[in-house]
Write a protein that binds this ligand. Sequence first.
Ligand SMILES: [Mn+2]
Length: 347
Amino acid sequence: MTDQPADWTTTTTTAELAEWLTQGESIAVLTHARPDGDAIGSTTAIARALNHATKTKRARVYFTGGMPRWAEDILQDTPHTHVDANSDLNEFNPDRILIVDTGSWSQLDALADAIRSKPDRCAIVDHHLSGNAEIAQRRILATTAAAACEPIAELCQHILALAKPSELPVSIARPLYLGIATDTGWFKYSNVKPSTLRLAACLIEAGIDHAALHVLIELNEAPARLRVVAKALSSLELLDRDRVAIMTLTTDDIHASHAGPSDTGGLSNYALSIGSVRVAATITQVETASHEPAAKISLRSKPGPGMVDVNEVAKKLGGGGHANAAGAKLACSVEEAKAKLVKALTQ
Ligand SMILES: [Mn+2]
């Protein structure tokens, strides 16, 4: 993590941004690659609010990278386009571009070139601590918000001229709740504040079915996912008096499970459920075009006494991330990666 740059600051108000956006003839809504619940929730909500307010379809969401299984259940009839490295973006010429849940060139992937050198046409609404301020002149950076959906809820409220978030239409309240729930681990992470819960309560008052949303997102895996989990768990090794958990997953394991790349995320959390475990790692063999050996290490640690800063561990391996979630990619076999990881954890 880099320190917060001096110019990564808020430069506009919700009211001004609402007015600027609704004056647009065509509005592109962008977010980070491989969008998560907050990215899909915040883009869907703001596109719907803009189209609702202007009684048009002038706002369209652009995604890049792999999408979660449930994405279409949330997006439904919201105008959206999926972009990759081969997409022709010559026709992409919106007069307003709103980027949410990120403000970093590196996270925009195939969309970065399409918005380069257009800071006067771009706005950012984000909650991350750092980003590339030069992307957009207009910025709302709610760095204490648990999710981008928190400032986006306020923006939707302004655009629709509503006194309270509980007055939002269900079609907008639902994706907003999705973003807040998923970015807070369903309201259990340390980023939850009283205001987070008050907003969530208002969204339930608006009429959403929050229990059904939880089923859609969290109880909706492909059978292959559980086969992958079983493979990973069967490889579990405990080290350092059961404080370190390491699991491995080979491409043979993934193929035998009939799983895809999207089924292999978040495995370390299973090992973190063991009481004694402070830090958990999953080492996944990666297939490369050149057939050179490669491995991905995903690290998770538990907050509290004896916390391991996995960002520091990942940095020793050429990666990075956050104190409780980080990762690294190594050009070596799974076994070699494991040896390097054990060394990084003990030095
Ligand atoms: Mn987020």
